[in-house]
Design a protein around this ligand. Structure first.
Ligand code: ARG
Length: 422
């Protein structure tokens, strides 16, 4: 094993930094960072931990204080997260590469915003975070923080460390940093109310099925109940407002939805995704509420929109997902796309019935005052109002380019013997 590759400089860096605000999770990486920043920068270290519904906050705070932090801040951010980050994600049917509901990604922008506000309040001149140099999160934090406050310095010590887990544990022991009890777990996880991300360990082999023990929110589908469970989700302007007829605040609705969909094995995602920094990584997610809500929202939106809107919106949604994934939440394009997405969603109100069964969330019913389905047009009963005799003229013109092309190409083929262009 390589010798402990702690930062080379043992002396205090002459950076002139007075106070560093560290984005703190309470885990091993960021706990080591508290000590390391104190030792290497000679600056006061303050910590910020945002409550996004992940739990363990008081323990994190107590740990920071034990490490000599005077300002160990916990920021209540659950409503901000659901209203200003998850809400837009629902309206955008926010997925990266068709699968990942961006649960870790969107949280980073809120944490960055809170960190900037907090740094300004407590007079910190730098913000530090515990991301590695290989992931997406460094891209999200670095861009967001420097866009929101260009005067702040962003410190990313782990990029330079190249620390192995074993060396980190040695460092922690040497500095009396409490090592978490589950330190033997080879998996790296990140969790908030929109989902849980799991990486590393055996998952680094993309051909190996994820072991059952990694899941905390979703029951393995084969162990889920043998009877389907139905839920009714009511949306107002694209946002879920009631579950099974009961009005709920978005945070509570998502919490409840996670439980119901989770026990039916819904929301497990296993994918190889393309990171911003160019490499592919195998990621496993559990996002029971996100998968169910986005499935329902997509269906209702299609029901309330025209064919033209339904053909166009996925293009906008895809771009939205890319920006959210790739660190560009605070780019003006995001606000531009949100303006369009909000406009479409003004009509997305109604109720969707979803059948949850052994890992599947299937829409089985929808109703809306804005639904564009017209029974009199669609029915095959005698009293339908669709003028079938208008169809031949429509087909004549609609098919005109295809017929002309076919005629010309066939003639050319006969003449030259060349293969017809398909
Ligand atoms: N690949 C995901 C993203 O870039 C999740 C990263 C989660 N981090 C973790 N420690 N598991 O958003």
């Amino acid at each position: 094993m390589q010798a402990a590759t702690m930062p080379k400089d043992k002396s205090v860096k002459k950076t002139g930094l007075k106070k560093i605000l560290l984005l703190y999770s309470g885990g091993l990486d960021t706990s080591c960072l508290v000590k390391w920043l104190q030792e290497n920068y000679g600056a006061e270290v303050a910590t910020i931990t945002a409550n996004l519904g992940q739990g363990g906050l008081e323990q994190a705070r107590a740990k920071a204080i034990k490490l000599g932090v005077k300002e160990a801040l916990i920021v209540e951010a659950r409503d901000d997260f659901v209203n200003n980050y998850i809400g837009p994600a629902i309206k955008a049917n926010g997925l990266y590469q068709d699968y990942y509901p961006l649960s870790t990604a969107i949280a980073r922008y809120l944490i960055a915003k809170l960190a900037v506000e907090c740094a300004q309040q407590i007079g910190a001149d730098a913000v530090a975070h515990g991301c590695t140099g290989k992931g997406n999160d460094q891209v999200r934090f670095d861009i967001a923080i420097t866009a929101l406050d260009p005067s702040l310095i962003v410190l990313v010590p782990i990029r330079e460390w190249n620390m192995t887990r074993d060396n980190e544990i040695l460092y922690a022991k040497k500095h009396s940093i409490p090592v978490p009890v589950d330190i033997d777990s080879p998996f790296s996880t990140d969790e908030n109310i929109w989902g849980r991300s799991i990486e590393c360990g055996v998952l680094e082999n993309p051909d190996q099925e994820p072991p059952a023990e990694i899941f905390a929110l979703a029951t393995p589908p084969h162990k889920a109940p043998d009877k389907p469970e139905y839920v009714e989700l009511t949306f107002e302007k694209g946002i879920p407002v009631a579950l099974n007829g009961k009005s709920l605040k978005l945070f509570d609705l998502i919490t409840e939805m996670n439980k119901i969909a989770g026990r039916n094995g819904v929301g497990i995602i296993d994918m190889v995704e393309d990171r911003v920094v160019g490499l592919k990584s195998r990621e496993v997610y559990e996002c029971p509420a996100a998968v169910t809500i986005i499935t329902a929202h997509k269906d209702l939106e299609k029901y309330c929109c025209t064919i033209h809107e339904n053909e166009f919106k996925p293009t906008v949604d895809r771009k939205w997902g890319e920006l959210a994934y790739k660190g560009l939440w605070y780019d003006p394009l995001m606000a531009d796309l949100n303006a369009y997405i909000d406009k479409v969603n003004e009509r997305v109100s109604g109720t969707v019935r979803v059948k949850l069964y052994k890992g599947h969330a299937q829409v089985v019913g929808r109703k809306s005052e804005n639904g564009l389905y017209d029974h009199n047009l669609a029915t095959y009963d005698a009293h339908h109002t669709f003028d079938q005799m208008a169809s031949p003229g429509f087909i004549e013109i609609w098919g005109l380019p295809t017929r002309v092309a076919h005629r010309v190409n066939t003639k050319q083929t006969k003449k030259t013997g060349a293969k017809t262009r398909q």
